[in-house]
Design a protein around this ligand. Structure first.
Ligand code: ZN
Length: 349
């Protein structure tokens, strides 16, 4: 199966009532870990790269690694997604490179730090949607601002500073025609999301439910949704790391989200923790080793294990063979003919 669009993956996920994990990558080992987990669990999957990843790996390496992933796994629907595009130009360059899906994060200005106005967000997102849909590429928008900073992108601060307003979410979806919508419900990027197990005062699942009620057919996206499990933190600290105690988004809250319109779940930190813990363990137990394969092999295996777990928990496991891939040119035709609806269904308050 060639690379497919995120829109198709999420439309199918909505039909099947499950969520699809979107896992961040920077190198070959991470891409392999995800594809091996997808094969093991027979899951459709989204691999995503941030601007930081594109800089680290270089666009051409990244793109050809993704093509290799698609080539080696003809039975796995795979979308290649740009995470947190900061401007029209960034999205355009990703689409020209071959990404099948982009996020235009217009919740922040192009500096990736300063919150933008609603009007600015609508304008730049609409422009990206027009360009992307003409080429069959899917677009994720963001309304409300997430907390924390990841890869230099983010407003910082708490996830509660700019949570999504449901009325604005409706207006934004109508004005932009995005294929999916990232919302801010109290989560943050990075490892330090919550200082205790989150309850409704910091993780606003009620807000998610309210947005889903108004936009019942819109694919919602949860960012900053690593669970930051204690066992992964413990391995790092057991072998000389110094992580401060922290809590992520509990898997059962994500599963509640999936029952209420969440179709894409972004996970990065959990994989970073798994990799680092495995490498630290080898360094601590076998300080005489110096072949990178001695620590990258267990690191890759540790990430594969976490990804496979999430695929089962999100419900995407077993769904790889449910449907036939729609090519990106055919997606373009679908948008042009109006067959792929981009006007959201809006329910009364
Ligand atoms: Zn994010």
């Amino acid at each position: 199966m060639a690379l497919v669009s995120t829109r198709q993956l999420l439309d199918e996920a909505a039909k099947g009532g499950y969520g699809v994990g979107a896992f961040n990558v920077n190198d070959m080992e991470q891409i392999q870990a995800i594809m091996w987990a997808a094969k093991e669990t027979q899951s459709p999957v989204i691999i995503q790269a941030s601007r930081g990843a594109r800089k680290f790996a270089e666009d051409n390496y990244l793109y050809h690694l993704m093509l290799a992933a698609a080539e080696l796994n003809p039975d796995i629907p795979l979308a290649m997604h740009l995470d947190h595009g900061n401007s029209y130009e960034t999205c355009e360059s990703a689409i020209k490179l071959g990404f099948t899906s982009v996020m235009m994060d217009g919740s922040l200005k192009a500096d990736g730090k300063t919150p933008a106005t609603f009007e600015e967000n609508v304008e730049v997102t609409r422009k990206v949607v027009d360009y992307a849909h003409e080429r069959g590429v899917s677009v994720e928008g963001e309304i409300g601002v997430l907390g924390g900073i990841e890869d230099g992108h983010g407003a910082g601060g708490s996830g509660l500073d700019h949570v999504t307003d449901p009325d604005q979410a409706v207006e934004f979806a109508e004005l932009t025609g995005v294929d999916s919508l990232a919302i801010a419900i109290g989560t943050s990027h990075g490892a330090y999301k919550f200082t205790k197990k989150p309850d409704g005062s910091v993780l606003k699942m009620d807000l998610l439910l309210a947005i889903h009620k108004r936009l019942p057919n819109t694919h919602l996206v949860m960012h900053g949704s690593s669970s930051v499990p204690k066992d992964l933190q413990d391995i790092i600290n057991q072998y000389g790391g110094k992580l401060k105690e922290t809590w992520g988004v509990p898997v059962e809250e994500i599963q509640l989200g999936i029952k209420n319109g969440v179709r894409k779940i972004n996970v990065d930190t959990d994989n970073r923790l798994a990799i680092t813990g495995a490498i630290r363990k080898v360094f601590a137990e076998s300080p005489e080793k110096f072949d990178p394969r001695d620590y990258l092999t267990p690191a890759r295996a540790a990430m594969q294990k976490v990804v496979a777990q999430r695929m089962v928990q999100f419900g995407q496991a077993g769904h790889a063979g449910d449907y036939k891939a729609i090519s990106i040119p055919d997606m373009a035709k679908g948008y042009a003919s109006g067959l792929l609806v981009t006007k959201p269904l809006v329910a009364a308050k």
